[in-house]
Design a protein around this ligand. Structure first.
Ligand SMILES: Nc1ncnc2c1ncn2[C@@H]1O[C@H](COP(=O)(O)OP(=O)(O)OP(=O)(O)O)[C@@H](O)[C@H]1O
Ligand SMILES: [Mg+2]
Length: 259
């Protein structure tokens, strides 16, 4: 159940439509994310999950509808401004700096957050940034990555790269973290480590939207779940409600044996 004490809505998606040519990727999507909750969005491949996140973070502009974050309209805002406002997304394919060290990877978003993306020259002053250097080490330690801090990011395992990207998101102190399949392609052991991290003290109370196919991850983390099918949210509810919803079973019939 949700650990939220208030029902503050941090993100409100209202009547969002998005088409690609003749394809209705999103049809009248309505969704409210409460402060403090972990909200999973599930649905078959091609349902529109990543498109929905892209409409929230400014990578795509909906054809119609509104996206309100912390009371402010996000439509038409640039992705870096939305990021700066506190909505941070972890991508389906890790977006890290492969030729920089892990420490530099984590420091850059922290410095960009503080100074603005375009003012800061990361290569000039990284070593002089004592407070952020310390926070970067502490963050890497939280993610069990500090032992690799001076290695290049392209040298670590796929699971560690995904956790590095998570560390790069967390160091920005997001108000809302959007995770697109944070455990995709991971072995079970790595998946469980990531679940534990997302449930850890540092992250458990952070408001999160998690897109995920792995039902073990979904049911381990979610306070509420929304089911997106062919661009429509067919239902939103607690894990228990979703497990027992015949509409959901029908939508997944023949799609997968997970559960
Ligand atoms: N930029 C684009 N141009 C054209 N079609 C697109 C574009 N992005 C997504 N689509 C289409 O929109 C639909 C929704 O795609 P989306 O990536 O949002 O699905 P998804 O639910 O994230 O799927 P998956 O679980 O496989 O990641 C799909 O049919 C996809 O092919
Ligand atoms: Mg996707």
């Amino acid at each position: 159940m949700s650990s939220t004490t208030s029902n503050n809505i941090i993100l409100e998606i209202t009547g969002v439509n998005k088409t690609f040519g003749g394809l209705h990727a999103l049809s009248d999507v309505n969704l409210k994310i409460e402060e403090g909750e972990t909200h999973a969005i599930i649905g078959p491949n091609g349902a529109g999950k990543s498109t929905l996140l892209n409409c929230c973070i400014g990578r795509l502009i909906p054809d119609s509808g509104s996206v309100t974050f912390n009371g402010n309209n996000m439509i038409g805002m640039q992705p870096h401004d939305i990021n700066h406002a506190g909505m941070v997304r972890i991508f389906q394919t890790p977006e890290i700096f492969p030729d920089l060290t892990l420490l530099q990877n984590v420091m850059i978003p922290a410095l960009a957050k503080r100074d603005g993306t375009f003012k800061f020259n990361p290569f000039k002053s990284l070593a002089a940034e004592k407070a952020i250097l310390e926070e970067a080490h502490a963050t890497l330690a939280d993610f069990e990555l500090d032992k690799f801090h001076d290695q290049l990011a392209n040298s670590i395992s796929r699971g560690d790269k995904r956790r590095l990207e998570l560390a790069m998101g967390i160091i920005q102190h997001p108000k809302l973290l959007l995770l697109d399949e944070p455990t995709a392609g991971m072995a079970r052991h790595d998946t469980n480590r990531t679940i534990d991290l997302l449930k850890s003290k540092r992250m458990s109370h952070m408001t999160k939207v998690i897109i995920e196919h792995d039902m073990h991850v979904v049911f381990s983390l979610a306070d509420r779940i929304s089911v997106l099918v062919r661009g429509h949210i067919i239902t939103t509810g607690t894990p228990e409600e979703i497990k027992n919803d015949p509409k959901v079973k029908e939508a997944y019939l023949g799609e997968s044996e997970d559960e």
